[in-house]
Design a protein around this ligand. Sequence first.
Ligand code: C2E
Ligand code: CA
Ligand code: CA
Length: 639
Amino acid sequence: MSEASPTWSIADLGRFVEVEQRKRRVMIVSLTLVGVFFLITYAIVSINVNLVGLGVFLLGCAVVGMFNLLYLRLTGRDAHALGVLNVILGSLCMVLLITGGNANTGPYWIYPALAVGIFINRFRIAVYFGVGFILLSAFVLFAFDSMVLATYTPSESIRFIITLTALAAVSLTGLYQHETAKDVMMQLHNEDIQKLAFYDGLTGLANRSSFLRRLQKMLDRARRDHRGLALLYIDLDKFKQVNDRYGHQVGDRLLAEFGEQLAHCVRPMDEPTRIIADEDVARLAGDEFVVTLTDTDDPALAESVAQRILDLFANGFEVDGRNLPVTASIGIAMIDHQVDSAETLLNQADAAMYEAKSNGRNGLQFFSQDIERALLERHNIESGLQVALAENQFSLVYMPIYDSSSLSVTAVEVLLRCHTDVLQGIGPDRFIPVAESTGLIRHIDQWVLAHAFAGLKRLREEHGFDGVMCINISSLELHNVKFADEVAALINELSLATEGVELEVTETNLAVDDERSVATLRRLKSMGFGLSLDDFGTGYTAFSQLMNYPVDRLKIDRSFVDGLFSEQPARRQMVNMILSLAELYDLNVTAEGVETDEQLTYLQQIGCGWLQGNLLSEPLTEAEFVKLLQRRPARQSAP
Ligand code: C2E
Ligand code: CA
Ligand code: CA
């Protein structure tokens, strides 16, 4: 399937054309030089035997030939130079024929000149040239022999015409072969171009566009014939980590290997009747693959194929003797009456795949009504965010953070709000994940940072705020190599000090051994920012790994504070453990979501440094926050 065949790239073609052009140029130049040499020699010989007219003509040709070279050198126009060379050759032949040269040997000089003509004109023009010359000389020799200065015997004339005809036949054969070769080349080339357009270079599977085209056809046919159709959307879990950890080459090998096994997997021995076309297995992008199963409305069959695919990862995935810790998540969509576009079916399977992922990965999930609702919501949120970005319909609110011993405002967390109609009542906990999955988050984070920095500058300069400002950034930014520079540019623009600015990153999305993220965190830290791990306790950070992250603060997730006095003692134990851990690693701690006096007292007692929650203050507008500051002056106190 992914057998490597020698393929031509556009660059190869460019080089080929260049080399061919250079060869042709060299040929024109050298043949002209050789020709000029012979012209001059023959001119001298002719003048010596008193054929002065012929000699002068030949010398003239030599001079034109030399000028032709000069012209070629100055303009680089091969075609023009070739044309002039042809005219010289043609006139030379005619003159030799008419004058007969020295003792009627003129015609013998014509043959090499014509051979040169064939050679340089490969081959179409050579044929015209040859045929034209045959007609002309036959005319001169037989019909208008009064024009001819020399005297040829009839057999000499006939031999001459026959030899010319043979030369023309040679040109014709050359032309035919040349054209055939060109056809073959074009055909080969077309195949390559088709491959580029329809197949994925890495795996040799169909690519997104050819797959979608075929899916649409199958969908139309299935609806017409009242048959079923199932679509499996496969996404590898933790593929990014493989890339980060082992490098892109290993990642590519994994994709190629999986692509091949996938193709085998859906063409099982036990269902020999199922005909699977090449386009039924495709790689859409990155680590996303799809499989279509035609003529089936049986979910069990779709499930069994999906299970076979999952089984490929049962013991990790072997690539070049290395066992990679990847699994797959599979979403399955079966057509029903409403689905009429390939795009819709694909989106359904994709949404089901996302569901499989959020259900803990390494599993399969069928598309359902619930998923459909979620899909619709995501869609609305996405368009709402786009509108908000275009129309600047965002704002920031300020949630005060209190020092637990003095209960004075010591910091503030800025939180994003969106005011477009579609997003009324939808908070960042729902729209930020959509922004993250659609890539809009980069623009949003930039917007937040720029406005938060500007707000901080106002708070500091106009209202004497000397506390810490905490700003949320998406952990996706840690993979963005430009992020630190972009932040630096914003800071420089405002001449803002980075001390007293803390960036919050959600722990959940940080990957194990994620060197890129750690590097970005280090860079931000070296720029003077404080760093905190948000929603701590909900993710999978191995505690030992905390040391790798250059963070200053842990934010205990709201759910733990909420559960402090619940039936489950585990929640309270978790809070206690996070505090011990922080002490061990010399980290500060903020507890968020403090809503009751009981929670407040407990957190104060166990020495949690900073507190935040609706009990103390809800998120405020900037004006409200300024008023609060005026009532209780902020105080910077690192607990
Ligand atoms: P987070 O960073 O954990 O922010 C704290 C969230 O908990 C805020 O919700 C805040 O209003 C809420 N909260 C704090 N104390 C209480 C409480 O006592 N009771 C209740 N009911 N809620 C409390 P919000 O503003 O809806 O933000 C949700 C999440 O959205 C944030 O969680 C953060 O992950 C993300 N987010 C918010 N603003 C931004 C932003 O500007 N950029 C990025 N990238 N993410 C943001
Ligand atoms: Ca936060
Ligand atoms: Ca949080």
